[in-house]
Design a protein around this ligand. Structure first.
Ligand code: M6R
Length: 612
């Protein structure tokens, strides 16, 4: 939530900053702003609304500064308005700050600063930061090169909450300071120039060399170098990591929207995620993991904890782990799990799934499990993300950057990876060889089947034209198809703003069927041969009550019964969600397009939820 960018070099900073913000806009789009160091001091240009509005601001083209910071906002404290937009300055206009996160004790700090003569012009939590820095700066009687850093350090010591902060100072024209705690921030290393961003893809076209800052560390960026300090301001050294993603993967590449591009990238994402972890004849191996039979067979339970789509991927993982490894597996929403004193101990393995690796609730749940003595395993798409730095073990999906707010290729990659993880566990436990070998063979054939499934988009687009004006849409499934129904329903509500619900098909009669009325759309997924007849009966019940039906199946069903049947390729039931979700992703996409909505940046949402 909120995106921050920074630049220091020899080029004009403003176009680089705005360009970076455009790429980070998926993190929030309530307002945007930049601050640069100009000949006559600090300049700030900001406004409510989308980043592109910055181009219309008077004087924006006249900025010549080569150092600057920038922000795109997802409003938390204070409504979307110019005065609440970042950057924020202190009263004396010495410091300019952008911030991603939440300062929980801002009221207390505001009171303290007000008592010390400071005035506030916004309703934000952030405005305390530049003023607090100024407070400590003005009290420091030394005037050496670290005075600016000391002031930032002292101010940060007073902050409670989460933050990624960039600060520039009119007295230090050739540097900027950054720091973070529980909010993402990466530093891109260039040739006589350096960059800051909330995530890697936004600055991937400038560099592939990144420094990762740990919580409570500080960095001073000059044009030539980046120096690092721990929380007590002891100098520390860091090595830049080379990120393999290519810059083109963060572009739309001829597609109308990132979401559509990302849906079509799924064959590649799955191929890359499978990688060389196994072959049909060799056992599954993860370089990062060293679980033993003794440890796994001694587990009392596995927990899978995540939010949103990642949690729905966890539901598919539960099915694979329980069926293949016979270990009880529970899936929970991170925001609930962390506050319900879960039964976790050193015999519990806790798995956390997060595309971004920065979701605040998921990180907090992970920390809690560590405190309770459990081993923790992170599944993320972002190398070096916070969750992977906290966990005992980390494994990665290789989906490439996912820019659209609605997750697609990250979800299917998560399902793929956790299924392979289940195979790995089962092999370590020495169980079920025939089932595992068949599953491995089926996984190898999966990317080609995804390609086939993607060819079905035309029929789905036509059906979307009939359904886009609906007020409510229902998703039904049984078994693993119910997990897919949940994800399909989430995708639809996220980007089309149509109210939708998902139910286990057998639950319908226990209440929800009262909502079914003439012409309502019911989507159903049927990929389990053992359950298909039961689900067909449930669909018959809604047809009798006038529903329009869209059925996603690879089973032998009487197509004449339904308004549209989408036939996906047959595959192993453990991985069928990777195919059956694709028509539902396309359904949500085309409905959103039909309604003329912004598919990639749905209202009120942000790609990565770094606040509670
Ligand atoms: O980055 P994460 O995987 O931790 O994000 C979790 C959810 O916020 C995310 O999956 C969200 O539900 C998506 N917008 C769904 O499309």
């Amino acid at each position: 939530m909120c995106g921050i960018v920074g630049y220091i070099g020899n080029q004009k900073a403003s176009p680089i900053l705005i360009n970076g913000l455009i790429r980070l806009e998926y993190r929030g789009y309530d307002s945007a702003g930049i601050s640069t160091i100009e000949k006559d001091g600090l300049s700030i240009m900001k406004d409510k609304g989308r980043v592109k509005n910055l181009y219309n601001l008077e004087g924006i083209d006249d900025l010549t500064g080569t150092i600057g910071i920038a922000h795109t906002r997802w409003a938390t404290h204070g409504k979307p308005a110019k005065e609440n937009s970042h950057p924020h300055m202190d009263n004396s206009k010495t410091f300019s700050v952008v911030h991603n996160g939440i300062i929980e004790n801002y009221n207390e700090l505001r009171k303290f600063l007000t008592e010390n003569g400071y005035t506030f012009y916004s309703q934000t939590d952030t405005e305390v930061i530049p003023n607090l820095v100024h407070y400590y700066y003005s009290k420091d009687t030394q005037s050496d090169e670290l005075k600016f850093l000391r002031a930032v350090q002292n101010a940060c010591a007073d902050l409670k909450g989460s933050y990624a902060i960039e600060i520039i100072c009119k007295d230090y024209k050739d540097c900027m300071i950054v720091t973070r705690k529980d909010s993402p921030l990466v530093i891109g290393k260039g040739e006589d120039e350096n960059y800051i961003s909330s995530d890697i893809p936004a600055i991937l076209s400038f560099t592939r060399n990144f420094y990762l800052l740990n919580d409570l560390e500080f960095a001073i960026l000059t044009r030539e170098a980046v120096s690092f300090y721990d929380k007590d301001l002891n100098a520390i050294s860091k090595k830049a990591e080379v990120i393999e993603w290519n810059a083109a993967s963060a572009e739309k590449d001829g597609y109308d929207d990132f979401m559509l591009k990302e849906i079509h990238e799924q064959p590649t994402a799955i191929r890359e995620t499978i990688g060389a972890k196994f072959s049909e004849t060799s056992k599954c191996e993860f370089d990062e993991l060293n679980f033993t039979k003794e440890y796994l067979s001694g587990l009392n339970k596995i927990y899978i904890v995540a939010c949103g789509t990642a949690m729905y991927a966890g539901l598919v993982g539960k099915n694979a782990i329980e069926k293949l490894c016979k270990i009880t597996t529970e899936v929970d929403v991170a925001s609930e799990f962390r506050y319900r004193d879960p039964l976790v101990d050193d015999k519990t393995l806790c798995i956390f799934i997060s595309q971004s690796g920065e979701t605040a609730d998921t990180i907090a749940a992970l920390k809690l499990c560590k405190e309770k003595g459990a081993k923790t395993l992170a599944i993320s798409n972002v190398i070096g993300s916070s969750i992977t730095r906290e966990a005992d073990y980390s494994i990665y999906t290789h989906a490439g950057p996912e820019i659209a707010v609605a997750s697609t290729k990250a979800y299917t990659s998560q399902v793929m990876l956790i299924t392979i993880l289940a195979i790995y566990f089962a092999e370590v436990l020495e169980i079920n060889t025939t089932t595992l070998n068949t599953l491995k063979k089926d996984i190898m054939e999966l990317p080609a089947k995804i390609e086939e499934t993607l060819k079905l988009s035309e029929n789905i687009q036509d059906f979307s034209k009939k359904a886009y004006q609906e007020k409510d849409i229902f998703f039904l499934g049984r078994g693993i198809d119910e997990a897919v129904a949940k994800e399909g329903s989430l995708k639809l509500k996220e980007i089309s703003y149509i109210h939708s619900e998902s139910y286990p098909a057998g639950e319908l009669k226990h209440g929800p069927i009262a909502l079914i009325e003439n012409d309502i759309t019911v989507v159903s997924i049927m990929t389990d041969c053992k359950l298909v007849e039961k689900t067909v009966s449930n669909i018959q019940e809604v047809i009798t009550r006038g529903a329009k039906t869209l059925v996603i199946t690879n089973q032998d069903v009487d197509e004449k019964m339904f308004d549209l049947t989408i036939r996906i390729p047959e595959t192993n039931p453990f991985i069928s969600p990777i195919l059956s979700i694709i028509p539902l992703q396309l359904f949500a996409y085309y409905i959103s397009k039909e309604k003329g909505l912004d598919v990639d940046k749905p209202r009120n949402l942000a790609k990565s939820v770094t606040v509670e």
